[in-house]
Design a protein around this ligand. Sequence first.
Ligand code: NAD
Length: 427
Amino acid sequence: MDEAHGLPSYLDAKDLGPWAVYLEQVERVAPHLGGLERWIETLRRPKRALIVDVPIALDDGRVAHFEGYRVQHNTSRGPGKGGVRFHPGVTLSEVMALAAWMSVKNAAVNLPFGGAKGGVRVDPRRLSRGELERLTRRYASEIAILIGPAKDIPAPDVNTDAQVMAWMMDTYSMHEGATVTGVVTGKPVALGGSLGRREATGRGVFVLARAAAGRIGLDLPGAGVAIQGLGNVGGVAAQLFAAAGCRVVAVQDHGGCVHRAAGLDVAALRAHVAAQGSVQGFPGGEAVARDAFWSVPCDVLVPAALEQQIGAGNAGAIRARMVVEGANGPTTPEADDILRARGVLLVPDVIANAGGVTVSYFEWVQDFSSYFWTEAEINARLERILLDAFDAIWALAAERRLDLRTAAFVVACTRILEARALRGLYP
Ligand code: NAD
C-alpha cells in the first residue's frame, strides 16, 4: 500500500473509475462512525484479489486468453457474496468497487455475508455457446481456490445468467467429487435454484420505489418512469412498474433509446429485445438520441445498466422526482450532490438493488436445508427484509439530516466494523 495516497500499489491513480467513487463514499461516512472510525481502513482495501488467466479453445481451433478476477472485499460478517460479470470493460478496480458495494449492501439489509465480486474481461456476445461454456468452466476452475458455500458464493451479474451458474456449480462439484449446489446462487430452479430469484432484483427496485414514492407523496399509478437497461434488473422492474399503472416513458440500452410519453408497451418491448438484442428499432415508440434520455420528463428514473452513468455532466438535466438505483454505482458523488441540491430523492443501490442478493441468501439457506419454499413465501420475506431496511435507513437519515446513501453506509459500515472490532486481529 502507498501510505501517502492510501492506494493499493496495483492500482493506477489515473484510472480508478468506480473504486474512486466508492472511496469518496467511504470518506462521507467516516465522520458518522464514532469510535469505529479506528477500523475504517478495513473498508478502503479488499481482503483478497485474485487475477486469473482464462485460456479457452475457440471453435476455429485457435486459443484465446481472457483475464478474470475474483475479489473478496470483506468477510468479517460471513462468507463473501457477489456476482460474476462478463463484459469487455471489466477491470480489477471495477471488480474491487463492486465487491466493496456488496459488503455494504449485505450489511445494509443485514444478510450474514461479506462482500465479493468476480468478472471476466470478455465480450460474451462474440462467443459461441460452446466457447461461453468453456470460458465459464475454466474461470470457475481458476477461482475454485477461493469459492465455496462457506467461503464465497458467486451469483449472476451483467451478461451472466442461470445457465452460467449451472456450469459454475457443475465445475466446482466435479472438483469436489460431490454435487455442491450451495456454491453459487441464481441457479436454475431444477438444480437447487430458488423460485423468484431471477425476478428478485427488479422486484426489489419496484418495492423500494413504491415505498419511497409513498414518503414523498408520489402516486405511482400514472407516474412516468424512465429506465436505463432492460436486462434482468431493468426488464423485470419495467414490467412491475407497468403492472402498477405507471407509464414507462423511456428506455435506453446499449443499442439505443426509445421514448413514448403515453407509455411504452413493456411486454412488446421486452419481446423486441429478446428477438433483436436491443430496444433499437422498436416500432412502438420514437427513437431518441442517447443523451436525450437523461432529460426526459418523468417522475422516477431507474438506472439499471452500468456504473457512473449519472455524473456532473447530466445530473442537472434530470427531471425526475426520484432516482432509484437498480445498477451498482450508477451515480458519482458529484452527481449525488447536484441531485440533492435540486431536491431529487435518491434511493441508493445498496438497498434499491439488494433484492437479488436477498433471494440469493434464501437460495443458499434452502440449499443447506434441502427444503424449498413457495414463491409467495419468498416474495413476502423479500419485501419484509427490504422494507425494514429502508425504514431504518430513512429514520436515520431524518434523525441525522443525511442523504439516504450516507445513511445506508452508516448503518452498513457500523455493522461491518463492529464485527471487525469484535473479531480483533489475527494472529
Ligand atoms: P443484464 O446483462 O441483464 O442487462 C444489462 C442491461 O444494460 C442491458 O439492457 C444492456 O443493454 C444495458 N447496457 C449495457 N451497456 C449499456 C450502456 N453503455 N448504455 C446503456 N445501457 C447499457 O444485467 P443486469 O443483471 O440487469 O445488471 C444491470 C445492473 O444491475 C448492473 O449494474 C448490475 O451490477 C446490477 N445488479 C444486478 C443484479 C442481478 O441480480 N442481476 C443484482 C444487483 C445489481
